[in-house]
Design a protein around this ligand. Sequence first.
Ligand SMILES: N[C@@H](CCC(=O)N[C@@H](CS)C(=O)NCC(=O)O)C(=O)O
Length: 205
Amino acid sequence: MIRIHGMADSGNCYKPRLLMAKLGRPFAHVETNSRDGSTRTPAYLAKNANGKVPLLETEDGRFLAESNAILLYLAEGTAYLPADPFDRALVCQWLFFEQYSHEPYVAVRRSLILYPERAAQATPERMASLLEAGDKALGVMEAQLGKTPFLAGETLTIADIALYAYTQDAGVAGYDMERYPHVVAWLARVAADPGHVPLAWTPGG
Ligand SMILES: N[C@@H](CCC(=O)N[C@@H](CS)C(=O)NCC(=O)O)C(=O)O
């Protein structure tokens, strides 16, 4: 059985978990908490030299890091990843956007608010700068979702799963979601899609 090393309250770790739930595929969760040093042990670094979660472990013992690479691997041959080259590249466009223009701001701002050990890093200047950059990303999503029901077009793909993970907590991260009605409507559409599971999740739960 596939194993996913990750921490329960991480959005990046939520992405493959949400896809597996939608696919109805069982997997084993291996709780690996980056906040207690579990991703810095020699044993873990031998599996992922970058020391981050999530980390997928295949049935035959290979390891794959980076949440969106994991989504691409797991979605192959399913409705969540188009076969057409352009449509597939469009999904990748949003996966790369998530990693470069959204996650570094929305996810980081969320972690600075939620995790007490990071509070000292939450200077007013940093929080303002994260707010501005995250708002820009949410504005890009708002523009697209005013045109199509899902980010890469008419159907839900891994682009939506990747961007749902932290956007659904953007309010917690301090973003004013009233500015983004199309994003809010899309969040509800994704949550209503069959097989949905929330981020709050406990191993074995
Ligand atoms: N680009 C990576 C980011 C993964 C990431 O930053 N994971 C966090 C938890 S959400 C982590 O493991 N942090 C530990 C660390 O950076 O030391 C991905 O999408 O998988």
